[in-house]
Design a protein around this ligand. Structure first.
Ligand code: PMP
Length: 434
């Protein structure tokens, strides 16, 4: 509070105490409060949050806040004890999944969930390699950083992790098979190459880890059946399939499980990992797998699997409260409908603004790719950067997926009204760029 009125002093002290941490605006925002679809700065300005994919049911949802308070006041402990809340939560979360996805391991973040899923996959397959899609991001631990070529693709090839191989992104806008009717099979064939390349380096795939929303690759929309074709190749090579639902899950794509929206069949999924929206901001990560695989893992290399805070009663109460709201307010259906309306309105703008090269997505996950020329598809990198700043000046927070793709991931509680506010500001911003 001492610093609340003095932006420059807070910025200096932030750098001094937290280091030069990442932010994407020229001048980072000083946010002091948030509610629903809006975030509020210290000076009272309200910003429409189109960026955050964590507060899925809206910022600071009172039902979640109350559940956290109530549980923290009654019992805040870990899974070493038998506690109703963790058991009930795991049962609810997996209720509509098939029998081979019936068991939850709770952790504290998406990175931790992915790291653990990969450890289990390695232990059970006795392979040590990983397959990912170009520009993937799966986390910040040592292994999940290796599984995130978004984090190392700029490095010289000899510094790339040797046991990871990257599949060409199934890009249906600018990729080599974009207008090929056989695109799914042709893109998926890159998995054969990747598996062979790993093998030449002495590794075999323990798992293919995939965010089926292809969020960090630019919210790409893979051709139908692509993910199943890759999954089948990986499994034939003895690897598992890990659906990373950190971005795509919890209703974001118009179905509760994102992999279903994106056409990956339940039978082709061995592990699901969750993070970000599952606690609506409260730290919570989940690995979902079959009880049989978990037993094999525990009987093998790792009998003492335990996370102190993973699955603590307060995190589970928060997760359960998120499910309550998603169900009560039919947010999955709403995500599908509002997302369609948003893309419809964006397509209307695309008729007038040549800079819009492609609009894609499902539910409340939308990518807008900007180009300087629709024929050459030259990426409009500088313009995209300017648009993000210009939208900020119009009190709208949007982020970039790739240097020339806007990534729109608003809370699922949006109605047509928020879409209209956003689209009208976006139109103003596009107009000011011409
Ligand atoms: N997987 C995906 C697809 C993500 O987008 C992220 C975070 N951006 C992670 C994993 C890592 O999650 P966390 O930051 O909670 O560790």
């Amino acid at each position: 509070e001492r610093l609340a009125d003095d932006y420059d002093a807070l910025r200096r002290e932030r750098e001094a105490h937290l280091g030069p941490i990442w932010h994407f605006y020229n001048k980072p925002l000083h946010i002091t409060r948030a509610a629903g679809a809006w975030m509020y700065a210290a000076d009272g300005t309200a910003y429409l949050d189109v960026y955050n994919n964590v507060p899925q049911i809206g910022h600071c949802h009172p039902h979640v806040a109350k559940a956290i308070y109530r549980q923290a006041s009654a019992l805040n402990t870990n899974t070493r004890y038998m506690c109703d809340v963790a058991v009930e939560y795991a049962a609810r979360l997996t209720a509509d999944l098939p029998g081979h996805l019936d068991t939850c391991i709770f952790v504290n973040s998406g990175s931790e969930a992915n790291d653990l899923a990969m450890q289990i996959a390695m232990s059970l397959s006795r392979h040590d390699g990983g397959l990912i899609i170009d520009q993937a991001y799966h986390g910040c631990t040592e292994f999940t950083t290796a599984l995130s070529n978004e984090s190392w693709r700029h490095l010289p090839a000899e510094e790339h992790p040797k046991r990871i191989e990257t599949l060409m992104a199934p890009d249906m806008y600018r990729g080599p098979f974009a207008s090929d009717p056989q695109a799914a099979a042709k893109y998926a064939a890159d998995a054969d190459r990747a598996i062979a390349t790993l093998s030449e380096r002495g590794h075999r795939p323990a798992a293919f880890m995939v965010d089926t929303a292809l969020c960090s690759s630019g919210v790409l929309r893979a051709p139908e059946n692509y993910f199943n074709l890759v999954a089948e190749k990986v499994r034939s090579a003895g690897g598992f399939v890990i659906a990373d639902e950190v971005q795509a899950g919890c209703g974001r794509m118009g179905t509760f499980w994102g992999f279903r929206a994106n056409g990956l069949k339940d039978d082709n999924v061995d592990f699901i990992t969750m993070g970000k929206p599952v606690g609506n901001g409260h730290p919570l990560g989940v690995v979902i797998l079959s009880s049989a695989l978990m037993k094999r893992f525990l009987n093998g290399t790792y009998p003492l699997l335990f996370s102190t805070f993973g699955g603590n009663t307060v995190a589970c109460a928060a997760g359960m409260a998120v499910l309550d709201i998603i169900e009560r307010e039919s947010l999955v259906r709403r995500s599908a409908e509002t997302g369609e309306y948003l893309r419809h309105e964006l397509r209307r703008l695309a008729e007038r603004y040549e800079i819009i090269g492609d609009i894609r997505g499902r539910g409340m996950m939308t990518g807008v790719e900007l180009v300087t020329d629709r024929l050459t598809k030259e990426p409009a990198i500088q313009q995209t950067g300017r648009l993000v700043e210009d939208m900020l000046a119009r009190n709208i927070l949007v982020g970039k997926g790739t240097p020339n793709t806007l990534k729109l991931r608003p809370p699922l509680i949006w109605s047509g009204n928020e879409v209209d506010i956003f689209v009208s500001a976006f139109e103003g911003s596009l107009g000011s760029q011409q």
